[in-house]
Design a protein around this ligand. Structure first.
Ligand SMILES: [Zn+2]
Ligand SMILES: [Zn+2]
Length: 94
């Protein structure tokens, strides 16, 4: 009885991952997010110069919105002042 119910459940969920509707959504999302980095998440930034790390976002110009500057984004290492090119994002997923 219980096994039958589980089978019915998993079948019900299969439509959620149907490739037809998913690919359309993914396509629209990718075209928007690939060039725009404005909405990127904060993360752990590691300085390759001094090896220290801090939380924030590396200051980058958004290809989609080059006129927008984010003052909170790090353009330099908070510890040694190294340029943004020496900063790397550590483990993106927490
Ligand atoms: Zn943008
Ligand atoms: Zn540094």
């Amino acid at each position: 009885m219980e096994i039958q119910r589980d089978n019915g459940k998993s079948k019900k969920y299969s439509w959620l991952t149907a490739p037809s509707s998913f690919s359309v959504y993914k396509k629209a999302e990718a075209s928007c997010l690939e060039s725009c980095i404005c909405e990127r998440k904060r993360g752990l930034i590691v300085c390759t110069c001094c090896g220290k790390s801090f939380v924030g976002r590396i200051g980058e110009r958004c290809n989609a919105h080059p006129e927008i500057a984010y003052l909170m984004d790090a353009r330099n290492c908070a510890f040694c002042g190294a340029a943004a090119k020496d900063l790397r994002m550590a483990a993106d997923q927490m």
